[in-house]
Design a protein around this ligand. Sequence first.
Ligand SMILES: [Zn+2]
Length: 316
Amino acid sequence: MKLSYQDLGQGIFCIDTFYYRPNLDGCYLIQQGDEAALIDTGTSHVAPAVMELLDLRGIRPEQVKYVIPTHVHLDHAGGTGQLMALLPNAQMIIHPMGARHMNHPEKIIAGTIAVYGEEVFKERYGTILPVPEERTIEAEDGFEVSLAGRKLRCIHTLGHARHHFCVWDEQSRGLFTGDTFGISYRELDTDQGPFMFLPSTPIDFDPEAWHDSLNRLTHLNPTQLFLTHFCRVDQPALRAVALHEEIDDYVAIALNAGGEQREQQIREGLTHYYRDRLRQHGSQLSDVEIDEVLGMDIALCAQGLEVWLKRREKQQ
Ligand SMILES: [Zn+2]
């Protein structure tokens, strides 16, 4: 994989992991003094690009102190094992509910192969290495580490996944948001700014918890968001307002669907919803172009809402 990255200032760099396409999935490097950390790692294919950027920045592999996946979904954590093998002093920091999946990735690998098949899995995710238990730090809510004096704090955020945290970097007043602050692709930017949408990906979508998570994060008063999908977005408080609305709209779209083709109806509901929202946002993209950018995500979001409806029915 070739190296493509953006220098975002304050020692923060966003490396494109080329997952599916450029500008979709990022891996962040924070360089502070003679120490460094990585937040989210893309897939196993990312390691050469990361090592190249470390070299360019004059960082030796021994100086990388932490590798911090925000959660264990493979577009965020798939490359962690490979990187840990190349970074001899690094400790992995992970949500307590995600640790065993990183130490013993067999279950995630089998689950993903069941969905995509072995060939696609290999091509998309490569070889996933386990992270040794003795190099694993389980981060409780509020857990803090120091990168040459620069504090990084893990904030548990339910809503997208139960094993998700965000990382608060007080020095830059930036939040590394994983998937909690939604997804924003540059193809959907307009004069009105970035367009955000929620990944209600299977299997943990939780609308109430997601509202709470956004409130907790905005309470920190961040000035910038570092999204894994993709890169920096400003005006967090404004973005949160739109995402709160979206959570409620998702719930309404899911609850309005019914019958045997429920998931298909949700998918269609979301497709129309996003076309409308994008038009309101001033986007000139055609329906076909919107489907090209968002189609895969909408399918996953619909699956996640279907899983949520089923869970809800069981509880009633
Ligand atoms: Zn995720």
